[in-house]
Design a protein around this ligand. Structure first.
Ligand code: PLP
Length: 385
C-alpha cells in the first residue's frame, strides 16, 4: 500500500502505539481520584500537556484537551462569542475547514454577522478586505494557518497585528500546520489555536485548544472540574498520553521528517508535471506546507483517478476528508477561482513521514498510465482553463 492521504489522517507512530498499549495495560485510574493510582495518571496527563504546551511555546495551564480538532475549533469560536455578548461580529476566511465554516453558519443562524474573507488564486487571504471588514463589533477573527486541501500558509502574524491594534481576539486552526511548519503562539500572536493528534501520527479522537492566559471564553462542557472547568468530563487518558508521545516523537525527528517529505513531494510534483499532460497545480508554489500537492487533471473526474489509483493500492483524496463522497464541489478550489468542472477534476496528494522514494517511483509509473487510460474513455471535454 502507498498511503498518500496524510492530511486526512496519519498512521499511528509505532512508538506512540507502544506507549499507548503500555499505558492502557498499566493505568486505569481516574485522574480526579485522590489516591495514588489516580494521582499517577493525573501526573502523566499533565506531563503530556507540558510536552504539547512546550511545542507551541505556551504554558501548561493554557492547553485544554478536546475530543478532536473540530471540537477545538467549535470551542474557540462559540466560547469567545458567548463570553463577549457586547460584540456580535465574526470574521473568518472562505477556505476554512468545515469545523470552522459550519460553526460560522450556526452563528449566522443565531443572528451574528459573519464575514468571509476571500482568497487569491493561490489561496492567500485578502488582507485589505480583512482590514475593511473589521468593525467595533468584531469579537473574533479565525483564519487557518495552513489549508488542508491545497496547503497554502496564511500570514497569521499579520492578521494578529491588525487585530491586536483593534483589541480583537485571533484564533487559528493549526490542525494541518502543526508538525509541518513552525507553530509558536507568541510569534503567531494568536489568542487561541487548535491542534489534533491524528494528523501528527497520534491517536484519533483527541485534540487540544490553546487559550492564551486571560482570554475571555465560556466553557464548552459543564460538569466536573476537569480541564479547568472548561471542558468537563473524565479525560480521554489513553488519547492524551498518545498525543503527548506523538508530539515528543515529532519534536525529536521533525527536522529529518520535514526534509524527507519536502524532497519526495518536490520530486513527485515535478514528475507529475513532466509526465502528464493537461495538469494544473493548485495552490501556492512556495507559501505552502510542502507535502500537500493538489492537481487538476483536465477532462477527468478526480474521483475516477482516486478509484483507479486505489485499485493499485495507492491512496489519495479528492479534497477534505469531511466532504468525501459528497456531491458538492470543493469550496476551497472554487474560492481560488476554479470552475466547478476543473475543481471536480482535482485530487489531493498528501505525503507523510512514512513515505519512501520507492513510493514515488511507483506513483510516477502508475499515474500517467491511469490518467491516459481514463482520458481515452472520458467523454468530458473541459475547455481550456
Ligand atoms: N481543521 C483542519 C484544517 C483539518 O484539516 C481538520 C481535519 O481534517 C480538522 C480541522 C478537524 O480535525 P479532527 O479530524 O481532529 O476533528
Amino acid at each position: 500500500m502507498i498511503y498518500l492521504d496524510n492530511n486526512a489522517t496519519t498512521p499511528l507512530d509505532p512508538q506512540v502505539a507502544e506507549k499507548i498499549a503500555k499505558f492502557a495495560q498499566e493505568h486505569f485510574g481516574n485522574p480526579s481520584s485522590l489516591y495514588p493510582i489516580g494521582r499517577e495518571v493525573k501526573d502523566m496527563v499533565n506531563e503530556a500537556r507540558e510536552i504539547i504546551a512546550k511545542a507551541l511555546g505556551a504554558s501548561r495551564s493554557e492547553i485544554i484537551f478536546t475530543g478532536s480538532g473540530t471540537e477545538a475549533d467549535n470551542f474557540a469560536i462559540r466560547g469567545v462569542l458567548e463570553a463577549n455578548p457586547d460584540k456580535n461580529e465574526f470574521i473568518t476566511s472562505a477556505i476554512e475547514h468545515p469545523a470552522v465554516l459550519r460553526t460560522a453558519g450556526y452563528l449566522e443562524k443565531k443572528g451574528f454577522k459573519v464575514t468571509y474573507v476571500p482568497v487569491d488564486s493561490k489561496g492567500v487571504i485578502d488582507i485589505e478586505f480583512l482590514k475593511k471588514a473589521i468593525s467595533p463589533n468584531t469579537a473574533l477573527i479565525s483564519i487557518m494557518q495552513a489549508n488542508n486541501e491545497i496547503g497554502t500558509i496564511q500570514p497569521i502574524e499579520e492578521v494578529s497585528k491588525i487585530a491586536k491594534e483593534k483589541g480583537i481576539l485571533v484564533h487559528t486552526d493549526a490542525v494541518q500546520s502543526f508538525g509541518k511548519i513552525n507553530v509558536n503562539v507568541d510569534s503567531l500572536g494568536v489568542d487561541l489555536l487548535s491542534i489534533s493528534a491524528h494528523k501528527i501520527y497520534g491517536p484519533k479522537g483527541i485534540g487540544a485548544l490553546y487559550i492564551r492566559k486571560g482570554t475571555k471564553i465560556s466553557p464548552l462542557i459543564y460538569g466536573g472540574h476537569q480541564e479547568r472547568e472548561m471542558r468537563a468530563g473524565t479525560e480521554n487518558t489513553i488519547g492524551i498520553i498518545g498525543f503527548g508521545e506523538a508530539v515528543r516523537v515529532m519534536r525529536e525527528r521533525s527536522h529529518q521528517d520535514k526534509k524527507l517529505i519536502n524532497k519526495l513531494a518536490e520530486r513527485l510534483k515535478k514528475g507529475i508535471e513532466n509526465k502528464i499532460a493537461k495538469v494544473k497545480f493548485n495552490g501556492h508554489e512556495k507559501q505552502r506546507i510542502k507535502g500537500t500537492l493538489n492537481f487538476s487533471f483536465l477532462d477527468l473526474e478526480g474521483e475516477a483517478i482516486l478509484l483507479a489509483l486505489a485499485t493499485k493500492e495507492i491512496y489519495v483524496s479528492t479534497g477534505s476528508a469531511c466532504s468525501e463522497g459528497a456531491e458538492d464541489v470543493s469550496h476551497v478550489l472554487q474560492a481560488i477561482g476554479l470552475k466547478p468542472e476543473v475543481a471536480r477534476s482535482s485530487i489531493r496528494i498528501s505525503l507523510g513521514k512514512f513515505n519512501t522514494e520507492e513510493d514515488i517511483n511507483i506513483v510516477l509509473m502508475e499515474m500517467p498510465e491511469i490518467v491516459e487510460k481514463l482520458r481515452e474513455i472520458s467523454n468530458l471535454d473541459i475547455e481550456e482553463y
